[in-house]
Unconditional design. Structure first.
Length: 203
């Protein structure tokens, strides 16, 4: 079975590798068309912006994403973000010197297939989620423990049918002491703003 590039890199890296340098805010690689859903019952419902915009943790939005098996409509909701300590981060990276002044931030994002077909294997939808800190995009940490508690490895996801949900995690390096952490998700090949979830003092 042929795995996608991201899956191969993660499987081959026993210690995570800092893949991307910190970049300025506004450097999104794609744009999207997205709408927002109501918050889960455990959250207070609030009116959310149409076509992207800021959401509360756990509040969902929808967007179309082109997988290898076709264009799927997903409901997307960033559940939480955990920011590691410097000591924890040093154990994750291959070269701790490159991580000086940085810490690892992991986002738990729930994706639900709302229609468009079955994703046969290794979905790419989570590749479009990014973590920003104080307005700047972090650096993707490939090979981090994204199959940790509550996280699912995309390599193990098969035959993803309409109505089914999976929680997929992404880990980025952000500056130590960042006051504001955001999760951005951008659908592929569309126009509009990304969905954004803001987490203050994530831990």
């Amino acid at each position: 079975m042929l795995y996608k590039k991201t899956a191969l890199l993660r499987a081959a890296a026993p210690v995570a590798v800092l893949a991307l340098a910190l970049t300025a805010c506004g450097g999104n690689k794609k744009s999207n068309t997205s709408t927002t859903d109501n918050a889960p019952k455990t959250e207070k419902s609030s009116s959310a912006p149409e076509g992207g915009g800021e959401l509360k943790p756990g509040q969902g939005g929808t967007g179309k994403f082109k997988e290898e098996d076709g264009t799927i409509t997903y409901a997307v909701a960033a559940q939480k973000v955990k920011v590691s300590t410097e000591a924890e981060t040093a154990k994750l990276v291959s070269d701790p010197k490159r991580a000086k002044g940085l810490v690892a931030a992991t986002a738990w994002v729930k994706y639900t297939n709302k229609g468009g077909g079955v994703v046969k294997e290794s979905p790419d939808v989570a590749d479009e989620s990014e973590i920003y800190a104080d307005g700047r995009r972090g650096g993707l940490l490939i090979g981090a423990a994204e199959d940790g508690p509550g996280c699912e490895d995309t390599i193990d996801i098969e035959n993803w049918k309409t109505g089914q949900s999976h929680t997929i995690c992404q880990t980025y390096m952000i500056p130590k002491g960042a006051k504001s952490v955001e999760v951005h998700w951008t659908a592929e090949g569309q126009s509009g703003s990304p969905l954004i979830w803001k987490f203050d003092n994530a831990g």
